[in-house]
Design a protein around this ligand. Sequence first.
Ligand SMILES: [Zn+2]
Length: 327
Amino acid sequence: MQMKPEENLLTNAREPVAVPWKLWLQDFPCDLCGFKEEEFLCTVPGTLTKYPFRLVRCRSCGLLYLNPRLNGDAIRELYDRDYYNGKGFDTHVNYIDDLLQSNENSKVTRPKETVRIISELKPPPSTHLDFGCGVGDLLRQSVRQGYESEGYEISQFARHFASQHGFTVYGDLREIPSEQYDIVTAIEVLEHCSSPLEALRAIYQALKPGGVVFYTTCNFDGYYEQFRKGGKDSIRNAYVKPEGHIHFFSSAVMELYFKKVGFSQSFAFEPRHYVKEGRLFDLLARMHLVGKGSSPERTIQKAAYYGSRRLAIMLGIRKSSLPLAQK
Ligand SMILES: [Zn+2]
């Protein structure tokens, strides 16, 4: 029996990389504004190292980040075969399982939903770069829907995996063609970046004039105020995942990033297509107000879903999306 490339990659064990992580812990100034004064919020134990990472807030711009953190070299080492198989710092993700089982509705990546959403911004045929493309799950879907897609990925393992499936995947920011893409996606990527500023500058450079960046990351609007009042936010606390999730963004912080990088405008965007969202979706489904399909079909379903969603945002149960930006 001929082995598929992904099976081959999985079964050919290689020597694990010994990460001398303590030597790679480093203090950094704020990525956004360069300020060095920070407010300590709390410690969060690392998944792999058990080290008590410090969650801090920049006293100048309000960016939340871990400091000290692993430096760039150590971060690169995190994204090995184990990570993509659910054995890394984030045990909730298993991209390889999702791909091998053709699980296109993976809780983590939802590539089908993402393609539906980006087609509202830049419909195919458009040129598309998936920044932090991982093993290429979104690339598969976007190409299937008519996009001309390429990827960028720091993980050698994932890059190799995606390349074996015929995708062009850059491994160095300097290799990404300039002013080439109508849309750049960065799905759950910015929180991993050792410098989100460097990542956003590369994305800006890659976009054509008028091009749009679509990204997802947890919305930390209001987190600090809640923290100051002693409130607990289990969802956002769980999102702070040392060693790999190191930067956390509010709308105001993202606006500052976009301004600094030079985007011509930022804008609010709530996609028409929805993603099944936890408790709200479950509640509506139980009330038979939304179906199990991927989008509300009938007017009454649409009214129920979007009305409830807006209400949830107004009541603070759900956060609205972070702003997007156009070059
Ligand atoms: Zn700052």
